[in-house]
Design a protein around this ligand. Structure first.
Ligand code: BJW
Length: 243
């Protein structure tokens, strides 16, 4: 993929870089996105039935089993070249913050260290009453050994607050960076979707990497129209290995 020279130069010269990632980054690892027309999870499942606290109250077994199926997909997945390129970028840039909406933990498995997980992590299980991490035993859903409440995945559902401090930290990184990469997200779920605009308004160079147009496109200074697994390694190579 052709990387504009001005973009490679800007990335090489930046002291602070932030990236916001979405499910498109893990698509090439075989983890389904949410809204893609052919393979998105919500073409086949209704989010209102599954990714809300109300759905869990109504049918905890259905929600627990949907997440168990997805947890299995995540455990079988491996980080792809996009995850690895972001980990490499962290090693090259003085101050690098990775803000992810993904719950699959693949960024950390690829070697990224400074990761803000805005929507939690599907591999952790918590008590639905106290939100304290618990080891799941048997049952669908399993029960908290301390209070008997059903256990749930430690992810953020619609209408729920993000983990304490996560948005503030993400917002600080967005406002303080010189280059902001927005990768593999449809940019429709708030508050995460507000971060690219926040970064651009604070003066960052905004770069979108996505095969499709999104609401972020019209704000972006550069758009790399392609798959993250191709565009991110090309960008990192152009900036730090002379192309
Ligand atoms: C590729 C690719 C490749 C494909 N390479 N790219 C302001 C306005 C309107 C509404 C709201 C608002 N503020 C809040 C709301 C309500 C709501 C919301 O945003 N609704 C909108 C949908 C309208 N937000 C919330 O409810 C949030 N909470 C909140 O605001 O709380 C307030 C509060 C405060 C204090 C107390 C109490 C409450 C919470 C949002 C939680 C989102 N949760 C989910 C589920 C997580 C668990 C799970 O995994 O099941 O998070 S929803 C789902 O969407 C998931 C994702 O992280 C998130 C974003 O999706 P993403 O990653 O962008 O995926 P897709 O599929 O949409 O896009 C994939 C992209 O990849 C596409 O563009 C492809 O083209 C691209 N792609 N292959 C690169 N190879």
């Amino acid at each position: 993929m052709e990387i504009p020279r001005e973009l490679a130069d800007a990335l090489r010269g930046a002291r602070a870089v932030a990236a916001l990632t979405g499910s498109g980054v893990s698509a090439e690892s075989g983890v389904p996105t949410f809204r893609d027309a052919r393979s998105g999870l919500w073409e086949r499942f209704d989010p209102e039935e599954l990714a809300t606290p109300e759905a869990f109250l109504r049918d905890p077994k259905l929600v627990w089993e949907w997440y168990s199926w997805r947890r299995g997909l995540v455990l079988r997945a491996e980080p792809n070249p996009a995850h690895r390129a972001l980990a490499e970028l962290e090693r090259r840039v003085l101050c690098f913050t990775l803000i992810t909406q993904n719950v699959d933990g693949l960024h950390r498995r690829a070697g990224s260290g400074n990761v803000i997980e805005l929507h939690g992590n599907i591999l952790r299980t918590v008590c639905s009453a106290e939100r304290i991490p618990r080891e799941p035993g048997g049952g669908s859903p399993p029960r908290c050994p301390h209070c008997g409440a059903p256990l749930r995945p430690d992810v953020v559902w619609f209408g729920e607050a993000l983990p304490p401090g996560a948005l503030e930290e993400a917002s600080k990184a967005a406002r303080g960076c010189e280059v902001f990469l927005c990768v593999g997200t449809s940019g429709v779920v708030y508050p995460a979707a507000g971060l690219p605009r926040e970064a651009a308004e604070a003066g960052a160079l905004l770069v979108e990497i996505n095969p499709e147009r999104t609401p972020v496109t019209s704000l972006a200074d550069f758009v790399l129209r392609g798959r993250a697994g191709e565009a991110l390694p090309a960008l990192v190579a152009a900036a730090f290995s002379g192309g």
